[in-house]
Write a protein of this length. Structure first.
Length: 348
């Protein structure tokens, strides 16, 4: 049964974990899973059915119904949306998003005890530690069925700026995708744009064991089998950013440095999307071509604004958002074509 949980000490200093302990402890005795929705979300009227279907697909795992647009999990969601994949496994080196989260009931019951002596403030950090200790994976559906809507933070998080899903779509085909869609378990390279800097998460680097590295893009290229000139072939000769109105608008509004980082990131993202798409069985891809295009369009629309410094996101106008989206689409397509050409050459 649904239950409203409020801060047990509302006059004390803001502390999300204080309320989270109560929320996760409110598990029904006969429950198999327990879900907590925070108060600053939007979702369709079938969200509880979505949670039930998600728990049925991954009964031993947590399910996060949202992934922030400037996180590693958010980048995985974009990759999945652009390749027709319906699920991603959350990164252990990223935080577990708690905006809308389901856990197996036993894991939920153990959370208040696990955090009893913690002086930690943030519930997402505590949940990440708890699920890690429980060896409980987190899976995220694509698209995200929940959107974060809060603008003002009562927990003192206004400095984080606008935070949205990497790919939120009210999707009538989601039930089928949850039940039978493909799952992306692990990615070797994750192009990652955050705070105006293009980086790459490397999962397999000799000498680092199982610890992934998050490095500046130039350092990542040799590990990816790419060269600097692959990203900038003909860039200056063709006129740089001024060759296209969308890129010129991005450069003028946000500066050459950010335009360059976005240019690099989107190429690397397209390159990786193409590599992954070549291994996705079409039988595991659900829905129509129109559905796939819609998800891809939404995923592309969150790259440019989500990768900005948090203080600059509120200043992005609808016209600039459109330019960021079409610019991202252009470069992701270029990255995909480059990867496809290289794959064809390798097979000849």
């Amino acid at each position: 049964m649904p239950r409203l949980v409020v801060d047990p000490d509302p006059h004390a200093a803001p502390n999300p974990l204080r309320t989270a302990k109560v929320a996760w402890g409110a598990v029904s005795p006969d429950a198999t899973h327990h879900v907590v929705f925070q108060d600053d979300i939007s979702a369709d009227e079938d969200i509880l059915n979505r949670v039930t279907a998600a728990a049925a697909r991954h009964p031993q795992a947590a399910v996060a119904l949202y992934a922030n647009w400037d996180t590693r999990n958010g980048e995985l969601v974009r990759i999945a949306a652009l390749t027709g994949i319906s699920w991603v496994r959350g990164r252990w080196d990223d935080y577990v998003p708690t905006v809308a989260l389901s856990m197996p009931a036993d894991a939920a019951r153990g959370f208040p005890t696990f955090t009893r002596a913690m002086e930690m403030k943030f519930d997402d950090e505590a949940v990440t530690l708890h699920l890690s200790r429980q060896r409980c994976h987190t899976y995220i559906p694509v698209p995200n069925p929940v959107e974060h809507t809060g603008e003002e933070s009562i927990a003192g998080m206004n400095h984080h700026g606008i935070r949205r899903s990497a790919c939120h779509v009210l999707d009538p085909d989601l039930p089928e995708a949850l039940a039978v869609g493909a799952v992306l378990e692990r990615v070797d390279f994750i192009p990652f744009l955050r705070f105006g800097e293009s980086r790459v998460v490397l999962d397999h680097v000799v000498g680092t064991g199982d610890t992934p590295l998050c490095v500046e893009w130039r350092e990542a290229l040799p590990h990816m089998g790419l060269a600097y000139w692959d990203l900038f072939d003909g860039f200056r000769a063709a006129g740089g950013f001024r060759v296209r109105p969308d890129w010129e608008q991005v450069e003028q509004a946000l500066g050459e440095d950010y335009a360059l980082e976005l240019w690099i990131h989107c190429f690397l993202l397209g390159w990786q999307v193409q590599r992954i798409s070549e291994h996705v069985d079409p039988l595991w891809v659900t829905g129509s071509a129109e559905r796939h295009q819609r998800l891809a369009s939404v995923a592309l629309s969150t790259i440019g604004i989500g990768g900005l410094q948090r203080t600059r996101r509120a200043d992005v106008t609808p016209a600039l958002r459109e330019a960021l989206t079409t610019a991202a689409e252009h470069r992701v397509s270029m990255g995909r074509r480059f990867a496809a050409r290289n794959q064809t050459r390798a097979q000849q």
